[in-house]
Design a protein around this ligand. Structure first.
Ligand SMILES: Cc1cc2nc3c(=O)[nH]c(=O)nc-3n(C[C@H](O)[C@H](O)[C@H](O)COP(=O)(O)O)c2cc1C
Length: 414
């Protein structure tokens, strides 16, 4: 493998930030977790969204408007009688322009007001006035969350179509352990991406994506695997979710589960096959981004293999049968991946027909800054007829969208 070059430094973030052009109202209420909302605002801005922050009066006891103004480059709304908008009615203006309203953290008090339709502050008034999807992330003491009143309010809001995100279990500010922690900001950004993309060009499509490198056991403590990180597959799953698809991610990778995606963990080739082949009959698109082992130990020891004196050991490997040809569905379009280190296009083209793939995404994994473990990839789309289209070095999220762009007309042909 050649040494890394300065080229890697020139990689830009995804050219299509996932929330570009989207307006998100971020409501922050008077929870001790309010400090986390500053990081959330920053992450949403980095994802390309325009953020209008609304603070309740109680929230201003925990965090200041200046922090959010500096992060979002926009004025922050803190009271019903303090108007910024050109229409001078902030909550109506915000409600109209919002593509999504996210309340994080949400107090028990605000949950109760939302459930009853009370609108005595700019945040609750915005929620009443908006037609955009609303995501609410509660954060409170575990007993407050478990109380019959809060549970009733959560149920009412769910029935009204509000997405309730979390809370999760763990250590609370009180020092107690329980269910009341604000859900992670990465998950909230993912839920916003899903909400704003719900009517996208993949709406109603079922997409299965595999990711990561399979691990074939040698004995109870050892395995053979490959260098696949799973980043490419996760980017495809997230891009499909962002375009409205119903996504199942079959993962051999150790990455955190993306929000709004059904994740099935599959470590070995057998587990991958069992998770993918039966469910592909009802899917529209299968993208096999996982690096599936080509070879597996011919025998698996049920005891840890011990050293024998000073001698070495040899491992006999058997070839693994490719299960992609077994994935069938009346409307299924299949996309394969080929990680190559030489003759990339020829090798990839030879894989398309046996796998039944509409096209193969070929990448030269020996190229610096591209392929396994990196955030960028230089790929070539190759079909069985030998047609090829080479793309430049791109962020994996951009590659993911390019794959979905090429697959979409094939799906529509059904
Ligand atoms: C130090 C402190 C921490 C608080 N943390 C929470 C909390 O995490 N969750 C919650 O529901 N209420 C919490 N409260 C209570 C709320 O701030 C209070 O119910 C307030 O009226 C909420 O107003 P809001 O919903 O308009 O923001 C806390 C209060 C104090 C003084």
């Amino acid at each position: 493998m050649s040494p890394p070059t300065g080229e890697i430094k020139s990689i830009q973030p995804a050219s299509r930030p996932p929330l570009e052009g989207k307006a998100v109202v971020l409501g922050v209420t008077g929870s001790i977790a309010a400090y986390k909302a500053a990081d959330l605002a920053s992450k949403l801005v980095q994802a390309g969204a325009g953020i209008d922050v609304v603070l309740t009066t109680a929230a201003t006891e925990f965090v200041g408007a200046t922090t959010f103004e500096a992060l979002t480059h926009r004025p922050v709304t803190t009271g019903l009688w303090q108007a910024h908008s050109e229409m001078s009615i902030d909550h109506v203006a915000l409600a109209l322009r919002a593509d999504c309203v996210l309340i994080a953290p949400a107090t028990a008090n605000t949950l109760a007001k939302l459930a009853l339709g009370i609108a005595d502050d700019p945040l609750t008034a915005t929620v009443l006035a908006t037609e955009a999807p609303v995501i609410v992330a509660p954060a409170m003491d575990a007993d407050m969350f478990a109380s019959p009143a809060t549970q009733r309010n959560v149920e009412t809001l769910e029935n009204d179509g509000v997405v309730i995100a979390g809370p999760t279990s763990g250590r609370l500010a009180s020092g107690l352990i329980g269910k009341g922690r604000l859900i992670d900001n990465e998950v909230l950004v993912g839920l916003v991406r899903q909400a704003v993309g719900r009517h996208g060009d993949y709406a109603g499509r079922r997409v299965i994506v595999s990711a990561g490198g399979t691990r074939q056991p040698i004995d109870p403590v050892r395995f053979i695997s490959n260098r696949s990180s799973g980043k490419m597959g996760y980017a495809i799953a997230e891009a499909a979710r962002d375009r409205g698809a119903d996504v199942t991610l079959v993962s051999a990778a150790g990455m955190p589960d993306p929000a709004g995606i059904k994740v099935v963990k599959a470590s070995t080739v057998d587990e991958m096959r069992n998770a993918i082949v039966p469910s592909s009959s009802s899917a529209d698109l299968l993208v096999m981004a996982a690096a599936i082992s080509d070879f597996t130990p011919a025998r698996v020891s049920d005891q840890k293999i011990k050293k024998q004196g000073s001698g070495g050991m040899s491992l006999e490997l058997a070839q693994v049968e490719d299960f992609m040809p077994q994935a069938h569905g009346r409307y299924l379009v299949k996309v394969a991946f080929a990680a190559e280190t030489s003759n990339v296009e020829t090798n990839a083209a030879a894989k398309a027909a046996p796998k039944g793939a509409a096209f193969v995404v070929a990448n030269d994994v020996s190229e610096p800054g591209s392929g396994f473990g990196t955030d960028a990839n230089r790929v070539t789309f190759v079909d069985a007829a030998g047609n090829s289209e080479a793309l430049p070095l791109m962020a994996k999220l951009d590659v993911a969208h390019a794959i979905l762009d090429r697959a979409l007309p094939l799906l529509k042909a059904h």
